[in-house]
Write a protein that binds this ligand. Structure first.
Ligand code: FEO
Length: 417
C-alpha cells in the first residue's frame, strides 16, 4: 500500500501488519498498522518511523512521495520499538544534517537503543514549535500515554493532531479513515477496537489522560483530524474519539456484568449458569468468559466494558486456580477503578480461592459484594438457589452502583442505529 494524502501535502506512509497476532503478549486477532506521516513543506518532515520488520515497505512508501534525501526533520513522538524501530535505517538514507526532535526522555531512551552521537537530536517540550514552511508543528508532551517519553505533534494550519498511540486501535484494514472503515465494517467494531486498545494499554493512566485532554482543550487548538500511530485516522468525527477517551478516563462502563471463570472438574463452571440466570432475571446484560479458552486481552476488554465483574475460581492446593491468579495479577497492574466485584468457586478440601479473590479486590481498592459463594464439590439444588440469589443480588447492586454514573455519557459500546 503506497502513501495516502491525508491533508494537503501531508501523507500517511505507514504499513499494515495483517499477520501479527501477538503484540508483546497482547492478542491482536485483527492485526494492526504502524502509521507514520510525511509532511511535504519547505522543510520536509517525517513523523515517526515503522516497526523494524516493515522497514522496506515503510521506506518504499516514503520514496513513493519524495526522495528521502530531501528530508530535513524527523519527529519521534514515541520511542517504543513499533514506532522508532526503523530509525537507524531511515537515518542512513536521509541527509547527514537531519535534525531529530523528541522529548528529553525520548532522547535518553533513544540513546539506549542507538548510537546517537553521530546524529543531531534536539529535545522539545510542551509549547515548543517548529515552523516547516506553511505549516507549524506544536509539540505536546504526553508522558505515560503511552510511555514516559511520549508526545503528540499538532500541525497548525492543517488542524491535524498526530497523536501517536492515543486514540489508536489494533486493526489491519485497507481503510485508512473512520468513515471508510465504518462503511466497510461498522462503527461498533471501530468503537470496540478503540476500547480494546485503551483497556489493555492505557487503563492505568485515566487520570493523566483526562488532565492531558483538558490541557489540550485549554490550549485552544482546533482539531479536525486525529491521526494515531495505529489503526484508523479519525477525520469524520475526531470529537467521538476524544469523547470516548474522556468517558473511559472517567471510568464509564455499561450496565452489564461479566463473569470470568476457570474450572477443574466443571463445578465452578456449573455455578456460572444459575448465577447468570439470576443476573438476567434482574434485567442486566451478562457475558460469561472461560478464561482458559479466552485470550487475556479479550477478557480485559470485556472486564472494562462492564460495571460489574464476578470472578469464579476453583481452589487448588488451598490457593486460587493458576489462570485466575495470572489474570488477577495482570488486572491489578492495570489499576482498574469503579467496577463492582464478587467472587465464587468450588472446593473439595479446605477452600481458599474465594478468600484469595477478596484479598485481591481489597488490594485493588475495588468495591465488592460480600460474602462470595463457595460450594463443596458439586452443586445440589439448594446450591443452585444460592448461586441464583447471589447473581440476582449482585445484578441489583450493579444497577444501583451504575446510578452514580448514568447521564454522564452515551453507552460506551452498545450498538448504534
Ligand atoms: Fe504503539 Fe507504545 O507503542
Amino acid at each position: 500500500m503506497n502513501a495516502i494524502e491525508i491533508k494537503p501535502d501531508i501523507y500517511w506512509v505507514g504499513v499494515v501488519d495483517w499477520a501479527v497476532r501477538d503484540f508483546h503478549g497482547y492478542v491482536t486477532p485483527n492485526g494492526t498498522t504502524y502509521n507514520n506521516y510525511l509532511i511535504l513543506d519547505e522543510e520536509v518532515t517525517l513523523v515517526d518511523t515503522v516497526k523494524h520488520d516493515f522497514l522496506d515497505v515503510g521506506i518504499a512508501n516514503i520514496k513513493s512521495v519524495i526522495d528521502p534525501s530531501r528530508i530535513k526533520n524527523i519527529v519521534i513522538n514515541h520511542i517504543e520499538n513499533d514506532h522508532m524501530g526503523a530509525l537507524e535505517q531511515v537515518m542512513e538514507i536521509v541527509p547527514k544534517d537531519v535534525t531529530i526532535y523528541t522529548t528529553q526522555r525520548g532522547m535518553a531512551g533513544m540513546d539506549r537503543f542507538f548510537d546517537i552521537s553521530k546524529w543531531t537530536v534536539k529535545t522539545v517540550k510542551t509549547g515548543d514549535e517548529l515552523i516547516t514552511g506553511k505549516y507549524k508543528l506544536k509539540f505536546i508532551e504526553t508522558p505515560m500515554i503511552h510511555w514516559p517519553d511520549s508526545m503528540m505533534t499538532y500541525v497548525e494550519g492543517a488542524k491535524l493532531l498526530l497523536s501517536q498511540d492515543a486514540f489508536g486501535q489494533h486493526i489491519a484494514t485497507a481503510s485508512r479513515f473512520d468513515d471508510e472503515f465504518i462503511g466497510c465494517e461498522s462503527l461498533t467494531e471501530l468503537k470496540d477496537a478503540t476500547v480494546d486498545y485503551y483497556a489493555n494499554i492505557l487503563m492505568p493512566f485515566g487520570a493523566l489522560i483526562k488532565s492531558k485532554i483538558g490541557e489540550i482543550q485549554k490550549m485552544g487548538i482546533e482539531i479536525d483530524m486525529i491521526a494515531p500511530d495505529h489503526g484508523i485516522i479519525w477525520r469524520t468525527d475526531p470529537e467521538r474519539a476524544i469523547q470516548m477517551y474522556l468517558d473511559m478516563a472517567n471510568n464509564q462502563a455499561d450496565e452489564r456484568i461479566v463473569i470470568i471463570y476457570d474450572t477443574m472438574w466443571h463445578s465452578t463452571e456449573q455455578m456460572t449458569l444459575p448465577i447468570m440466570r439470576g443476573i438476567r432475571d434482574e434485567g442486566v446484560d451478562c457475558k460469561v468468559i472461560k478464561l482458559r479458552s479466552t485470550p487475556m486481552s479479550v477478557a480485559i476488554k470485556e472486564f472494562w466494558k462492564a460495571r460489574g465483574c464476578l470472578i469464579g475460581s476453583p481452589t487448588l492446593n488451598n490457593e486460587v486456580f493458576p489462570s485466575i491468579a495470572e489474570f488477577m495479577v495482570h488486572l491489578m497492574g492495570l489499576r482498574p477503578k469503579e467496577r463492582l466485584m464478587g467472587g465464587f468457586g468450588s472446593y473439595g478440601w479446605g477452600g481458599g480461592a474465594v478468600n484469595w479473590l477478596y484479598d485481591m479486590f481489597s488490594k485493588m481498592k475495588l468495591p465488592v459484594i460480600e460474602p462470595g459463594v463457595q460450594i463443596l464439590y458439586r452443586l445440589k439444588p439448594d446450591d443452585e438457589k444460592t448461586c441464583y440469589d447471589f447473581g440476582r443480588n449482585f445484578a441489583r447492586q450493579v444497577k444501583e452502583y451504575q446510578q452514580k454514573f448514568t447521564g454522564t455519557s452515551a453507552p460506551m459500546l452498545k450498538k448504534e442505529g
